[in-house]
Design a protein around this ligand. Structure first.
Ligand code: UDP
Length: 369
């Protein structure tokens, strides 16, 4: 055995586990099937702008330990996410707050806005929300559901809102206050110099091999390491023996434009169902860029199929039941630890995936000191 740990995938989970194992004196090899490190937080520089190639990533957390952890590897700027929604050419503030209520209904006070929501919830007859549609109407009423949630959500997930789990919409704050901060997080920002640099710092001193696909040469890789930390899709690991889990995938149309300012904000969501993309990201605003050019990415959501990249687990009942079957197999594996969005089939945020990696590393490494 040449290595104590083989880490498969250099996204946040893999990089954090590798970093902790190295710090504990373990011999670690990290591999990635792509030609770069960083998983989906990877950023690349185009015309002096850090471009989030696999979708916008805004770091936010309430966890002091995680904030201190990432600050060892990057300095963060003061970016606060405040996306806006474009519905048929009219602009609305996000997340749903007093500005949104004013734009939608002309309400001025929190009492007026709350009254509107109560009326619409009552008219819809919802008392015990059981899916995303009912949960959304219950939280913000039918007008906001129809204009700012339904189209966007159905494009993003490719499923009707009444077949999606309620927890997805609970990710967004609803505030009866004038506050456009998308997150209820004490700490928020973007790593100065990009996420790739941050991951590079996490992996400092660790052997990394790129363009290496673990699943294609499993026997070889298993022979060179005592244990494997696997962050790819759990169903792929088990050769889809129970069938495919569903994932949503993304496609990006990225353009460099000869203008300093395309849309005046990092994120604009297109919440109608006719616009084929879900959002346009203008990357320079994540770092208050002053370049004379700009880079934008139109984001399209599509169902995953073999051969393309999985991004989001679809945590509905059918898929969760299937995942449980794979999880039972995973629990029987003594050599492999499963982690991350794909390995655990969980809609993790960056801070929660790091917390999970640190916890798994602590448990694993304290056992093998
Ligand atoms: N959402 C919505 N309208 C919006 C933005 C978000 O309805 O303009 C809902 C939608 O159900 C979506 C969820 O909130 O699936 C989370 O969206 P977000 O864009 O924050 O997810 P991300 O891709 O950034 O994790």
């Amino acid at each position: 055995m040449r290595y104590d740990y083989l880490v498969v995938g250099t996204g946040l989970f893999g990089a954090a586990f590798a970093q902790q194992a190295k710090a504990a004196g373990k011999k670690v090899l990290a591999i990635d099937k792509r030609d770069h490190i960083g998983g989906n937080v990877y950023t690349e520089e185009i015309a002096g702008i850090q471009v989030h190639r696999y979708g916008a990533h805004i770091f936010h957390t309430n966890n002091h330990l995680i904030w201190d952890y990432v600050n060892q590897f990057a300095e963060f700027n003061r970016y606060t996410n405040s996306p806006i929604a474009n519905y048929h050419g009219k602009i609305y503030s996000l997340p749903f707050n007093m500005y949104t209520f004013n734009q939608m209904w002309g309400t001025i006070t929190p009492q007026e806005a709350e009254q509107k929501v109560i009326e619409q919830r009552k008219a819809a007859g919802i008392t015990d929300p059981k899916n995303l549609e009912e949960q959304a109407i219950s939280l913000v009423g039918t007008d906001i559901y129809e204009k700012l949630i339904k189209g966007y959500t159905e494009k993003q997930w490719g499923r009707p809102c009444n077949q999606l789990p309620a927890f997805i919409i609970q990710r967004l704050p609803v505030r009866f206050a004038f506050d456009n901060n998308y997150f209820n997080a004490r700490f928020q920002g973007i790593p100065i110099g990009g996420y790739t640099k941050m991951i590079e710092n996490m992996l400092s001193g660790i052997e990394v091999q790129l363009n290496k696909d673990y699943l294609n040469e499993r026997d070889y890789w298993n022979k060179i390491a005592n244990k494997v930390v696997y962050t790819g899709s759990i169903d792929a690991y088990f050769d889809f023996c129970y069938g495919y889990l569903s994932y949503r995938s993304l496609q990006f149309e990225t353009e460099l434009l000869n203008m300093p300012n395309f849309q005046g904000n990092a994120v604009v969501n297109y919440t109608d169902c006719e616009t084929p993309y879900t959002r346009i990201i203008e990357h320079k605003w994540f770092e208050f860029g002053t370049q004379c050019q700009t880079v934008i990415s139109r984001e399209y959501s599509l169902e995953w199929q073999p051969g393309i990249e999985p991004y989001y687990p679809v945590n509905d009942q059918i898929n969760m039941a299937l995942y449980e079957k794979y999880k039972t197999l995973a629990n029987l594996e003594t050599k492999t630890i499963f982690g991350g969005r794909l390995g655990e089939y969980r809609y993790y945020d960056m801070d929660t995936v790091l917390a999970s990696a640190l916890e798994v590393a602590e448990r694993e490494l304290s056992r093998n000191r």
